[in-house]
Design a protein. Structure first.
Length: 372
């Protein structure tokens, strides 16, 4: 009888052990799935941020916020080297600590990590201790993980996460953090191209308009706040002729007069840029093509009635009134317009390229308003 009870108890213990193993496997599987889901959500949030119309700096700040929210990180700081100095691009740490955080590359404890491109984990063992890089602060961070960032074997900065608890990252799955780090690097690869575009935007000397790059960045925020807009490009078709047969100063004055006149007629929601040479672009944000044709007809008629005088001859007459006055030639601008519809989320650069190709292949004497 006792033997039978023992056998039953042994079988119960074995069954409980098997059940426990199965449960642990399920828990581990669930954790793995949960981590994968979290990583997938983070990646989706990252890509959504990249596709947004925010500036590069705003995107990096948002990426850092996503990391803090999704992985419950206490402190997260992303520092980039811009070629001359280290700059904190995003951090939720109080600004009074930023000077320390942007100079971690000088700390002996992190130099080997930067050289080997491997993460570095540091923590304190007593409450009264502080991390090696902390100069004047106590109690804020008790443990930290430092990740050097590389793009194509080129060191570009680092990402550091911190916790107010000792040994906070002892059991953390570093493979997940490595994936996060790689995602940060991927995002930087993508937004670096946007950064280049942002830095290319210029103010044109004669028209006082921004260059076409403006449409792809700050201007895009305005454009994409509407589902649909009309994109217009026009060309001063006789500008080259004026530059050649009269003089370039008169051609420049033509650009100034034409752009000044059109600017006065445009709403602030409409974007007007110098696209290239004699070509200019206007985006009528939130307006369909039919809504701008009549307006452009009026603009075209009024602009082509502007009288542009020979600047050089006028200046010579003004300087010396005693001599026989040089004949002043008066000319009028000639404009050729092409319009199309732009839909939010599509390739604006492709739309503009299509309009440019039309103007470049149009007959030299074409002087009209067309739609494609």
């Amino acid at each position: 009888m006792v033997f039978a009870v023992i056998i039953i108890l042994v079988m119960i213990v074995i069954a409980l052990l098997v059940y426990n193993i199965v449960i642990n496997k399920k828990i581990k599987t669930f954790k793995d799935i949960n981590q994968k889901v979290t990583s997938l959500n983070v990646l989706q949030d990252f890509m959504s941020t990249v596709g947004d119309t925010m500036t590069v700096d705003e995107k990096i700040i948002r990426i850092n916020e996503i990391l803090i929210e999704q992985y419950a990180i206490k402190y997260s700081t992303i520092v980039m080297f811009n070629g001359t100095e280290y700059v904190i691009k995003a951090s939720n740490v109080d600004r009074k600590h930023w000077e320390t955080l942007r100079n971690l590359q000088n700390e002996e404890i992190f130099k080997d990590s930067i050289t080997t491109a491997k993460p570095k984990y540091i923590t304190v063992n007593k409450e009264e201790e502080r991390l090696p890089y902390q100069k004047m602060e106590f109690g804020r961070a008790k443990s930290a993980m430092f990740f050097p960032l590389y793009i194509d074997n080129v060191y570009i900065g680092y990402w550091i996460i911190e916790s107010g608890q000792m040994h906070a990252f002892d059991n953390i799955d570093t493979t997940i953090l490595e994936v996060v780090k790689e995602n940060i690097i991927s995002i930087f690869k993508i937004v670096s191209y946007q950064n280049i575009v942002e830095s290319l935007t210029r103010q044109d000397l004669y028209s006082d308009l921004k260059s076409s790059e403006y449409l792809y960045e700050d201007g895009r925020k305005i454009i994409d706040s509407y589902t649909m807009s009309t994109v217009c490009m026009f060309k001063i078709t006789n500008l080259e002729e004026i530059n050649k047969n009269v003089n370039r100063d008169t051609g420049n004055q033509m650009i100034i007069d034409v752009c000044d006149y059109i600017k006065e007629k445009l709403s602030k929601e409409y974007l007007f840029v110098r696209y290239m040479g004699p070509k200019f672009a206007i985006v009528f944000s939130g307006v369909d093509v039919d809504g701008v044709v009549e307006f452009l007809n009026d603009i075209k008629r009024e602009v082509e009635n502007l009288e542009i005088e020979d600047v050089v001859a006028a200046e010579e007459n003004e300087k010396d009134t005693k001599k026989k006055k040089k004949q002043i030639v008066t000319t009028h601008p000639k404009l050729n317009f092409i319009l199309t519809t732009y839909y939010k989320g599509t390739a604006l650069e492709a739309v503009l390229k299509k309009l440019e190709e039309y103007l470049d292949t149009a007959k030299p004497n074409e002087n009209d308003i067309n739609q494609i």
